[in-house]
Design a protein around this ligand. Sequence first.
Ligand code: SPV
Ligand code: MG
Length: 305
Amino acid sequence: MVHLQPLSADNTCPTGNHRTDALRDLLRSDRLSFLMEAHDGASAAIAGAAGFRGLWASSLTMSSVLGYRDASEASWSSIADIVERMADASGLPILVDGDTGHGNFNNARLFARKLQRIGAAGLCLEDKLFPKTNSFVGDRHPLADEREFCGRLRAVKEATQDFVLVARTEALIAGQGMDAALSRASSYAEAGADAILVHSRQVDASEILEFAGRWQGKLPLVIVPTSYYSTAVSAYRAAGIATVVWANHNLRASIAAMRQVCARLLLDESSVAIEPGIATLDELFALFAYDELSTAEERFLPKPP
Ligand code: SPV
Ligand code: MG
């Protein structure tokens, strides 16, 4: 059962800076931290109520809920609108998966400024070309020129103040090998990144653990164990990895649940069988603190004569 308190005791939103500090702390902490995927206000609120302390605004899942493919089909402004709803509904620090930055250095810095204004805590940029392809789709993953991507990072750094910038290398996804991944990550660190996300689509974590061993903690490392999910997180703790991103699990869970409910309603022409397994309306009202609205109505609406 989900219970969500109003955003804060005085029903105000935590400030952008406060959230940036919180994300920075998660990345820099000696303890392994976790970012939970969210793709709208409701999934963000659910993740917060469950106890997650930070969110990953996934390009895959935000595109999906808009009905687009994760191939730069969704505009940067529609992504920003979703992030704003997530920030308002959860009050949590959000690391936004910004793909390529939606273009060159100029698009990236425009997007970053917008995200900062609407309450995101940080932006993750990947060293791919616009339009991008999801890392699990096909084998064509051309990488950006390293110097051009460093320019994108520097532009975002200069355009924002007190905003977390994570540089993501897709060198392993693109089959460029470990040396290229490490060398790119070093260049991105020099360009001003606050952390490095290294992505892999192997079914075990061997290349991620090799990367972590050779990286030697130069900057915090962020990983996305979507395909190598069977590795125990103790391996990441031992390797000194900073943050694990559960990148798409809320959406995948809701797709499975919605499919089941649709099929059953179609078949049974009754909701009797599914009622025990779905959230009650009271749970939904609790998630968005409807009780706070009733209290506010008492205080602010004129009493009937
Ligand atoms: C996302 O969640 O959109 C990511 C991770 O970028 S992945 O889908 O694995 O590329
Ligand atoms: Mg993505």
